[in-house]
Design a protein around this ligand. Structure first.
Ligand SMILES: *Cc1c(COP(=O)(O)O)cnc(C)c1O
Length: 460
């Protein structure tokens, strides 16, 4: 079964329990044309068939992972209330759940004390972190690696902060030597480290960057939107593990529960080590806050209305799958990493493919061998399409020349980048499906290369 539905019956029971909380109120008529709703719902179901099969293990392309059934159900259940976590008046219970869920995320990052909240995603979470950084270091530059998410340079434009990209080393991590050079010559207020880049899952060398704080003063922001949860995984390369181990030493952290945290979209999180940065959010709203002296989440977030349902879903998920290294959730992440390493080893041993560097997390990226960069790119695109026809869904990503040059991918660099194949093995089930994934990849690649030879011969 691709779309889980056994859990759906639980919703009705839980809804009945929810209703009991409101049974002192007089009944209200709620006319509903069930037939019209059903017809439309069936039309929606048909329209939604036009999607790639994201929940299936043979979908091994972009960063997409189905929410846990508990997240889906808790979200749906809370929609009968539709709480708004802007203020306690609009989302009393769900604001409490948000504070608990966010405290658990902070704890996972090693912080007993923090200021933080949920938001719509990694983009807004990073925007808030960089906005606070600007307030603390006005006029100073923000730097992130050239493989950091493009959102950082764009956010800096929005916030009018001067931004610089730090070149990467051949493993797509921030080059610490280059960072040091920039710290020497530029006025840098904040360094953004990426723990798990979006393209390759590379982890910036945080321990060495922290060392630089002995000689240079700068704020550290960790964009762990993708990789944050891997702090729970023991079975990582030592260097990668060390970076996650010192995550608690940065000043702010972004982590996306809607990436690896089993949540529906619309769930990002920003965390600050120093709660006093809450002062930057200060505003005098004449109308929202009147019910209590407790903290309203709207007082510490830039977005106003926010789905309390996202908090409800996250809280329930973290209760079922606690954020601990020896728990089921961490086990799932470990399986994803194992799957990535197995796929990497197969690719490495196969002369038709070239891998740039071993995966640090669960993302594998590889090029197809070719004589010219343009030909290699074309072959990757052909394999991508042929695989999709066989129900194996991969992704494409371009890697710059410097990340592939040392591997001798191609003989002639007729362009400075190569389109590669990429696979985010985010679902724990991917591990058990690696052989099937490989069998399809092997078959379709053979077909593509045969076709290529045929075309080449014709051209000769
Ligand atoms: C996905 C991602 C973002 C952007 O987050 P959204 O949730 O898509 O807004 C930022 N940084 C990194 C490292 C990411 O992987």
């Amino acid at each position: 079964m691709v779309l889980e539905d056994a859990s759906l019956a639980l919703l009705q029971t839980a809804l009945k329990r929810l209703k009991e909380g409101f049974n002192t109120l007089p009944e209200v008529e709620q006319p509903l044309d069930l037939e019209a709703v059903q017809n439309l719902l069936l039309e929606v179901a048909e329209r939604m068939q036009d999607n790639y099969p994201y929940p299936h293990p043979l979908y091994a392309g972009q960063m997409l992972k189905p929410p846990a059934p508990i997240a889906r159900l808790a979200y749906m259940l809370s929609l009968w209330i539709n709480p708004n976590n802007h203020a306690l008046d609009g989302g009393k219970a769900s604001s409490a759940l948000e504070k608990e869920a966010v405290a658990d995320l902070a704890k996972m990052c090693g912080w007993e004390r923090h200021l933080g909240h949920l938001c719509s995603g990694g983009t807004v979470a990073n925007l808030e972190a960089l906005w606070v950084a600007k307030n603390l270091h006005p006029g100073q530059k923000i730097v992130a690696s050239s493989q950091a998410h493009y959102t950082h340079s764009r956010i800096c434009k929005v916030l009018d902060i001067p931004f610089l990209a730090v070149p990467c080393n051949p493993r797509a991590q921030m080059d610490v030597g280059e960072l040091k050079r920039l710290l020497e010559t530029e006025k840098i207020g904040t360094v953004v480290v990426t723990l798990g880049t979006t393209a390759t899952g590379s982890v910036d060398p945080l321990p060495e960057i922290l060392e630089l704080q002995k000689d240079y003063r700068f704020r550290l922001h960790a964009d762990a939107a993708y990789g944050g949860y891997f702090r729970l995984v023991e079975d990582l390369a030592p260097e990668t593990k060390q970076a996650f181990d010192c995550l608690n030493q940065v000043d702010s952290i972004v982590i996306d529960p809607h990436k690896h945290g089993l949540q529906p979209y619309g769930c990002g999180c920003v965390l600050f080590k120093e709660p006093t940065v809450g002062r930057f959010y200060h505003h005098d709203s004449p109308y929202t806050y009147f019910s209590s002296d407790e903290l309203h989440l709207g007082e510490i977030s830039l977005e106003c209305s926010r789905p309390g349902s996202a908090a409800v879903a996250l809280w329930a998920t973290q209760r079922l799958f606690p954020l601990v290294p020896d728990g089921e959730f961490a086990q799932g992440l470990t399986q994803s990493c194992q799957g990535a390493r197995i796929l990497f080893n197969k690719l490495q041993q196969d002369s038709r493919f070239i891998v740039a560097f071993p995966p640090e997390l669960d993302i594998v990226i590889w090029a197809v061998s070719g004589e010219r960069a343009s030909q290699s790119s074309r072959l990757a695109q052909a394999v991508f399409k042929a695989a999709a026809r066989e129900n194996l869904h991969l992704a494409l990503a371009t890697l710059p020349r410097y990340l592939l040059e040392q591997q001798g991918v191609v003989m002639e660099w007729d362009q400075d980048f190569i389109t590669c194949l990429r696979s985010c093995l985010m679902k724990p089930e991917h591990l058990a499906w690696i052989e099937s994934i490989w069998a399809i990849l092997d078959r379709v690649t053979e077909g593509v290369l045969k076709g290529e030879n045929f075309v080449t011969n014709l051209n000769d």
